[in-house]
Ligand binder design. Structure first.
Ligand code: AMP
Length: 449
C-alpha cells in the first residue's frame, strides 16, 4: 500500500512526499481510513510506529476536505469548513516534549493546508500562547495542566472542538492526569470524534477508553522497534558505587557519542551529568526541573552531535523523537519494566540496529528479572575486569517458573589492580552470541523464552 491509496488530498501527499515517505506504516494503514470515516478509534501503538502521522494526516484532511474519505455507511458529522477562531481539534499529550513534537508534525504535514496550530504547555510564558489563541487556531496541542490554566483564565474556547485526541494515554494516566483530562473533557461539546492512542491497554486505559470512546474501531500494531528483534540487550553487573567510573571508562574506551543515558531521579541525572562533564564527556541533563528552553537546547545539541551524552529521566525522555540512536545506557534500571521498553524504544528505530546496555547493581536484580520476563528474554550479563561487583547478584528464583538461565555471577573480590588499560569492551550484543569482552563471568545468549 502507498500513501496515494489512502485517499489523502494533494496538499497532504505533497507534504508526505517532501518528508521522503511513500509507504504508510501499519498503524497509519489501519487507522487513517477509520479516522477519515469519522469513527472513534482506540489504537495500541508506541512511539516509533508512526502513530503521530496516523492521526495528524486524517485530521488535517478532515479539516480541509471534510467529505473526502467519508464512507456512506458511517454516520458522521463532517468537520465544518468555516474559518473558526476557536480550535476544532484538541490533542492532549503528557509532556512538553511530546507537545512540541506533535505540533512539529502538524506543521510539517499541514505545510500546504493553511491551517493554524499551536502547542500550549507549561514551563514557558503563557502570554504568547494567549496572543496566538486570540488570533485564532485550528488545531491545539496541549498538556493538561497548562490547558486548564487557559480554561480557568478563559483564554481558550473549547466549545468548537470536533475531534479530541488523547495521545500516549497510558502515560498521561501514569502521570496522574486523569482528573485533569476529565475536567478538560467536561468543557468539550458532547458530540465529537474521539481518538485514543496508547502503548498499553492497561485496565485504567481501558476504563478511560470505555468512558470517552463511542463504538470505537480498534487498531493494534506490533512495535516497529520490536525490542527483541532490532535491539541487542546486554547487562554489565557492577556495584552501585562503581557505576559512574564504569560509565566514564566505557565512554573513554569506546569513544561513544550520542548515548542516551537513563537515571531514575532528577537529582541522579544532574549528579551524573556533572561527573561526565568534569571528565570531559559533553553532556546535558533532561528532566522535569529544567526550563523548557534548557530542555529544547539540550535535545537540539544532542541531536546535532554536540553532546556525547544526554542524561534523562523516564518522563522527560518519553516520546522523544530521535531517530536511529545507536545506544541507550540504563545507568539505573527503571522500577516499572514497561519503562525499559519505552527507554529502548529510542534505539533500533527504522530498521537500524541498536544497543541497550544496562549497568545493574545487586539491588536491581528484581527489576532485571521483571524486565527479562516482560521481554521474554534472557539478557546476557558480563562483569568487566576492574569493575567486578563485591555484592551478591544472584536472584532468588521461584521454584516454579522458568529454570535458572545461567549460573549467577559470582561475588568476586576485586583484585585491586583491575586491568583497565586493556580497554575491555562492553559485552557484545547478546544477539551476536559472541562475547566481545573477556568477561569475568557471563552467560551467553539473548534467548527467547
Ligand atoms: P512516531 O511513532 O509518530 O513517533 O513516529 C516515529 C518516526 O517515524 C518519526 O520520526 C516519523 O517522522 C517517522 N515516520 C512516520 N511515518 C512514516 C512513514 N510512513 N515512513 C517512514 N517514516 C515515518
Amino acid at each position: 500500500m502507498q500513501f496515494t491509496d489512502l485517499g489523502l488530498s494533494a496538499e497532504l501527499l505533497r507534504a508526505i512526499g517532501e518528508q521522503g515517505y511513500t509507504t504508510p506504516t501499519p498503524v497509519q494503514q489501519q487507522a487513517i481510513p477509520h479516522i477519515l470515516a469519522g469513527r472513534d478509534l482506540e489504537a495500541l501503538a508506541q512511539t516509533g510506529t508512526g502513530k503521530t502521522a496516523a492521526f495528524v494526516l486524517p485530521i488535517l484532511q478532515r479539516l480541509t476536505h471534510p467529505l473526502i474519505g467519508q464512507t456512506h455507511n458511517q454516520p458522521d458529522t463532517p468537520l465544518q469548513k468555516i474559518t473558526h477562531t476557536a480550535p476544532r481539534v484538541l490533542v492532549l499529550v503528557p509532556t512538553r516534549e511530546l507537545a512540541a513534537q506533535v505540533l512539529e508534525s502538524v506543521r510539517t504535514y499541514g505545510a500546504h493546508t493553511g491551517l493554524r496550530s499551536l502547542a500550549v504547555f507549561g514551563g514557558v510564558g503563557i502570554n504568547p500562547q494567549i496572543q496566538t489563541l486570540r488570533r485564532g487556531i485550528d488545531i491545539l496541542v496541549a498538556t493538561p495542566g497548562r490547558l486548564l490554566d487557559h480554561l480557568s483564565q478563559r483564554t481558550v474556547d473549547l466549545s468548537k472542538v470536533q475531534t479530541l485526541i488523547l495521545d500516549e494515554a497510558d502515560r498521561m494516566l501514569d502521570m496522574g492526569f486523569i482528573r485533569d483530562i476529565r475536567r478538560v473533557i467536561e468543557r468539550l461539546p458532547k458530540v465529537r470524534q474521539n481518538l485514543m492512542f496508547s502503548a498499553t491497554f492497561a485496565p485504567e486505559v481501558r476504563e478511560l477508553a470505555h468512558t470517552v470512546l463511542k463504538n470505537p474501531a480498534t487498531v493494534e500494531v506490533a512495535r516497529r522497534n520490536a525490542p527483541a528483534e532490532l535491539v541487542s540487550h546486554s547487562v554489565i553487573k557492577v556495584d552501585k558505587e562503581q557505576k559512574r567510573d564504569l560509565l566514564l571508562h566505557l565512554f573513554a574506551a569506546h569513544g561513544w557519542h550520542q548515548v542516551l543515558v537513563f537515571c531514575r531521579t532528577k537529582h541522579g541525572a544532574d549528579a551524573l551529568t556533572r561527573k561526565l562533564e568534569q571528565s570531559g564527556v559533553r553532556s546535558a541533563a533532561l528532566h522535569g526541573n529544567k526550563s523548557q528552553n534548557a530542555r529544547t537546547r539540550a535535545l537540539a545539541d544532542f541531536k546535532s552531535g554536540k553532546l556525547a551524552a544526554l542524561v534523562a529521566t523516564d518522563i522527560a525522555a518519553r516520546g522523544l523523537d530521535i531517530d536511529s540512536l545507536p545506544r541507550v545506557v540504563n545507568f539505573e534500571l527503571p522500577n516499572v519494566p514497561e519503562d525499559y521498553v519505552h527507554r529502548i524504544g529510542r534505539t533500533g528505530r527504522a530498521g537500524a540496529s541498536g544497543e541497550a546496555l544496562s549497568l545493574v547493581s545487586s539491588d536491581e536484580r528484581i527489576q532485571l528479572r521483571d524486565i527479562e520476563r516482560l521481554l521474554k528474554l534472557d539478557i546476557a550479563s558480563t562483569v568487566l575486569p576492574g569493575f567486578e561487583p563485591q555484592h551478591n547478584h544472584s536472584v532468588p528464583r521461584p521454584s516454579a517458573g522458568r529454570p535458572p538461565a545461567h549460573k549467577p555471577a559470582q561475588a568476586r573480590t576485586r583484585s585491586g589492580t583491575g586491568d583497565r588499560s586493556g580497554a575491555p569492551r562492553p559485552p557484545r550484543p547478546a544477539r551476536s552470541g559472541t562475547g566481545g569482552a573477556k568477561p569475568a563471568s557471563h552467560h551467553s545468549g539473548q534467548r527467547h523464552r
